[in-house]
Design a protein around this ligand. Structure first.
Ligand SMILES: *Cc1c(COP(=O)(O)O)cnc(C)c1O
Length: 494
């Protein structure tokens, strides 16, 4: 493809994207294909001779698009949202065209410098203490691929700091703390690093008021582990857990750590809910005071509910020196005069890989185009939509809220009064599994399930910027109807 052919194909691709968004609402949310559907449709080896572009892009439309689940669909209520804005798409397009590994300042000064500046914009958007701002050169912010990478990085850094402060402690005795509601990445980090992990039980507090771990819970666990000769060295606390949006009490945890175990690293995973910090009215509940006071590191994904296309996971650290101590290896071929004099950030020392995508560009576009107010408006709108859904559940005689709604997430289950009276967990779980199977046959919306303790429940997460009140009403109609038919089928009175 030459430049003029690219120009033509590029315009055509944008047309296809626009047509896709115009027709999105009419499409089934979930891909209507069976496992292995694509194998039969694509040759099993690459073509010997290059092919015409039109046939390639037509095959994209014919073969790939039907196999896509539409995360940007207004009736996508599963998992958590994945952001997609036109500004984000254009940022990625332009950043693709520079195809630049940006691992140090010299590799492309603009990539490093823009990232340092926009991460400071983001820090201010969220009200983070200036210790986290790049400009002050104490802490700082870096864009990682995912929250999982951010957490793994934090755990690696925490381990280095702990081992340096406690020479003689064996790796076998180190232990990562998560809770029963922490994202599975905590256990994955332990698998990757060959370390122990302990999940502190918060299921009960989550089902009573959707709060998670407190300082007392933490201290009790550390005492037990110290008595067993183990060394907890990092706690991954969550603001807005994946299952239910539960919120660990960061200020309380931070104070307990500072007072009793100052070498334990506090990583705050606010991958989904962290963006609510953009709105002053949510800062208290989203734990900003605790984060500012005591988090050693904090992760907020822009690519979930932050209008920025996948991937863009923001990670801040209180002390950049800790990061660099753990991750800086500078072979001769990576030395530069700017790096040697320490006048620039070399982001290769702030994450696990060497090369990195130029992700700050789309974040810059998004933050400029929406402004703080536009960013806040999106958060507030989704929360209001979720509240209207939660109201329906609360008022219904056949459903119950399992946890209190958290930001834009509602966790609920089918619970007719007769079942509540019987109080049988197994049978209510069986009923809800049947209900969930019923929901899965509906192509007009998608939700996902979770377990809290032993309770099987359904999650309803609002976050697509295209979702409107009428979509919530349609979803409620489908959910109610499916609930009622499940009850009839399972022989419950209504
Ligand atoms: C989605 C999510 C994650 C994982 O995010 P990735 O960026 O896909 O790794 C971690 N923690 C929480 C709370 C999440 O919601």
């Amino acid at each position: 493809m030459d430049i003029e052919q690219f120009r033509k194909a590029g315009y055509d691709a944008i047309d296809r994207i626009c047509d896709h968004f115009y027709s999105l609402r009419e499409k089934p949310v979930v891909a209507q294909v069976n496992p292995g559907y694509l194998r039969h449709l694509i040759p099993d080896s690459p073509p010997q001779k290059g092919q015409e572009w039109t046939s390639i892009v037509d095959d994209y439309q014919k073969l790939i698009v039907p196999g896509l689940t539409h995360w940007q669909h207004p009736s996508f209520f599963a998992y958590f949202p994945t952001a997609c804005s036109f500004e984000g798409i254009l940022g990625d397009l332009l950043s693709s065209s520079t195809s630049n590994p940006g691992f140090n300042w010299f590799a492309s000064p603009a990539c490093t410098e823009l990232e340092a500046v926009v991460m400071d914009w983001a820090a201010k958007l969220f009200g983070l203490h200036k210790i986290f701002w790049n400009v002050n050169e104490v802490g700082g912010g870096v864009i990682q691929t995912t929250a999982s990478d951010s957490a793994l990085t934090a755990v690696v850094v925490a381990r280095t700091r702990y081992v340096n402060e406690h020479p003689g402690v064996t790796l076998e005795s180190l232990i990562i703390y998560v809770t029963t509601q922490t994202h599975s990445f905590g256990k994955k980090a332990a698998m990757i690093l060959g370390l122990r992990v302990r999940a502190l039980d918060v299921d009960e507090t989550v089902t009573t008021d959707n709060t998670g771990l407190t300082g007392d819970g933490l201290i009790a666990a550390v005492k037990e582990d110290h008595a067993r000769g183990l060394h907890p060295f990092v706690l991954i606390a969550t603001v807005g857990t994946t299952s239910s949006g539960a919120i660990d009490q960061v200020a309380d945890l931070g104070a307990a750590i500072k007072k009793n175990y100052p070498s334990v690293w506090l990583h705050v995973d606010a991958a989904w809910a962290g963006v609510t910090l953009a709105c002053p009215e949510y800062r208290e509940i989203a734990q900003l005071p605790g984060i500012n006071e005591s988090a050693d590191s904090l992760c907020i994904n822009f690519h979930k509910w932050g209008l920025t296309n996948f991937d863009a996971s923001a990670l801040w650290v209180r002390e950049r020196k800790q990061l660099i101590d753990a991750l800086d290896i500078t072979p001769e071929f990576l030395r530069t005069k700017e790096g040697d004099t320490g006048t620039v950030i070399d982001y290769r020392n702030w994450h696990l890989s060497l090369g990195r995508r130029f992700r700050s560009l789309k974040l810059w576009f998004v933050l400029r185009s929406f402004g703080v107010e536009g960013f806040q408006a999106n958060i507030r709108k989704c929360i209001a939509l979720n509240n209207s859904f939660a109201e329906q559940i609360r008022a219904s005689p056949i459903f119950e809220l399992v946890t209190s709604p958290s930001f834009a997430l509602t966790v609920f289950r089918l619970l007719p009064r007769s079942a509540a009276a019987a109080g049988e967990l197994d049978s209510v779980n069986a009923l809800n599994r049947e209900f969930y199977s019923g929901l899965q046959t509906r192509s007009s919306l998608v939700l996902t399930q979770t377990l809290i303790g032993e309770v099987f429940c359904i999650r309803f997460a609002v976050g697509s910027s295209r979702t409107e009140q009428s979509d919530i009403e349609d979803a409620w109609g489908v959910i109610k109807e499916t609930g009622e038919s499940t009850l009839r089928k399972m022989g419950y009175e209504q």
